[in-house]
Design a protein around this ligand. Structure first.
Ligand SMILES: Cc1cc2nc3c(=O)[nH]c(=O)nc-3n(C[C@H](O)[C@H](O)[C@H](O)COP(=O)(O)OP(=O)(O)OC[C@H]3O[C@@H](n4cnc5c(N)ncnc54)[C@H](O)[C@@H]3O)c2cc1C
Length: 436
């Protein structure tokens, strides 16, 4: 009788899940990768999709296609909604609402994070975050739609509020988004409208800290700030966003408590993340306590205490305050894949995970990016070149890499941005394109 091979169920086809599945390619296991979407998403370039530079296809790759040559891997579309640690099963809810159960010998959870509103969940209705393809398309709809609304606005005040964009959060995503909206306005749209002057678009970058890009070296932050100033981004430091509505954003100064209300019809939220809801389901099933961001605590080998065959990798795992970046997820996924492969081969070595920090990069504007790796600090054109090479190298699939290089080159040569189609999603959204 043929021996039944151990079954590894991987939840999430992001950086952590995909790299874990791939590491198991030559192992005597069967792998099932479950994701609620059909594609592996390259989140670091979401803001370029949101601002019309890249298509959604350029920053995502079908999971089935990526795993097509891995004979021991299968893919299931659906959302993991329950875990039974005793029976070793995961319940998966399909897109039509029906369910099925997957039995596992090893469970690897790499389901990532979602946007956090820090107790202000009502802001979500007016200020989309940037974590998913839906978010990027919602932001594109709002940003492109705002210029169109301004073009046909009945009075100057209304026009001004449509041309005011607020970005909450001065980390890499906020900085990239604010810079890209100014570049869209000043380079791509400047000759396309008849009534408005898109160059007048006001972009507010609202940040609680005392410098943008706080995770970077202070000198690189200062370089980034100079570039933002040159671009015309209006940066407000030391303020918290304390109110968001359909036509305004309100800030409160941390030092003076002064409240300022800006008439702005587009507010975008990049100030933080929390674990996706499945983390709580998992924590309850395993009897562990989530940290403040909802992440699951793991042991040094990335398994969960008391559950030798359950592993959590990437953004959703909490170990030594490792940053929520793609490299941590990829290296963690590969580490768990290697440990499982060893266990299946009869070894008992559960080596601890050691993260090798390869550095950080953020795009500020055309020919301006900052890169920090070990003692290396790059900004300006050199930083921009390094940033481009790093991002192309990590994009999944040759076709996406080539497509992205072509889109970037075309935009550099002509200033145009072609990916400006807007979608309304479901019929409910279609009726209220600007109110969600
Ligand atoms: C806008 C933005 C820019 C970023 N820029 C950078 C950068 O420049 N450099 C960098 O290193 N990092 C960057 N990051 C962070 C990086 O993208 C994350 O650290 C990385 O994606 C984490 O990988 P992961 O595998 O843990 O989760 P993810 O990549 O988020 O993947 C999680 C997967 O789980 C799926 N999922 C969630 N819940 C379920 C469920 N219940 N059932 C089934 N599937 C589920 C999701 O659909 C998703 O595919 C950025 C993130 C964002 C949002």
């Amino acid at each position: 009788m043929a021996k039944v091979r151990p079954h590894v169920v991987v939840i999430g086809a992001g950086f952590g899940g995909l790299h874990c599945a791939r590491r198991l390619k030559r192992s005597a296991v069967d792998v099932t990768v479950v994701d609620r979407g059909t594609s592996h998403l390259f989140q670091p370039l979401l803001y370029q999709c949101a601002t019309g530079l890249l298509s959604e296809g350029a920053i995502s790759s079908p999971v089935r296609h990526l795993l097509r040559r891995q004979r021991n891997a299968d893919v299931a579309l659906g959302e993991a909604t329950a875990v039974d640690a005793t029976a070793q099963t995961v319940t998966v809810t399909r897109i039509d609402g029906s369910e099925f159960a997957l039995r596992y010998d090893h469970l690897v959870v790499a389901a990532g994070m979602r946007t956090a509103y820090h107790g202000n969940d009502e802001f979500a209705a007016h200020a989309p975050g940037m974590k998913t393809l839906d978010d990027a398309l919602a932001i594109r709809r709002r940003v492109i739609g705002a210029f169109e609304m301004a073009e046909s606005a009945s009075d100057a005040d209304l026009q001004r509020s449509w041309l005011t964009f607020a970005v909450a959060g001065g980390g890499p995503t906020g900085v990239e988004l604010a810079g890209q909206i100014r570049e869209l306005a000043t380079l791509a749209l400047d000759r396309e409208f008849r009534t408005i002057d898109p160059e007048r678009a006001r972009v507010l970058l609202l940040h609680g800290g005392d410098r943008v890009l706080p995770s970077f070296d202070a000198r690189l932050s200062a370089d980034a700030q100079r570039t933002l100033d040159r671009l015309g981004v209006e940066t407000h430091l030391g303020v918290h966003v304390t109110g968001v509505g359909a036509d305004y954003v309100e800030t409160t100064s941390k030092a003076t408590h002064e409240v300022v209300r800006y008439p702005a019809r587009t507010t975008l939220w990049t100030t933080g993340v929390e674990a996706v809801p499945f983390a709580k389901t998992l924590a309850d099933a395993l009897g562990v306590t989530q940290d403040r961001s909802g992440r699951i605590p793991v042991r040094p080998d990335l398994s969960v205490d008391g559950h030798d065959n359950v592993w959590v990798v990437g953004d959703m795992s909490s170990l030594d305050d490792l940053p929520g970046v793609a490299e941590v997820a990829m290296q963690g996924g590969r580490h768990v894949g290697a440990v499982i492969a060893g266990l299946v081969d009869g070894q008992h070595d559960r080596a601890p995970f050691h993260y090798r920090d390869l550095g950080n990069a953020a795009y500020i504007a055309r020919r301006q990016a900052v890169v920090q790796a070990g003692r290396l600090r790059l900004s300006g054109s050199l930083g921009w070149l390094a940033w481009g090479v790093i991002h192309i190298a990590f994009l999944a699939g040759i076709r996406n890499r080539m497509g992205t290089v072509i889109s970037w080159s075309a935009t550099l040569l002509t200033d145009s941005r072609r990916e400006r189609a807007i979608t309304y999603g479901d019929p409910e959204t279609a009726r209220q394109p600007y109110s969600r």
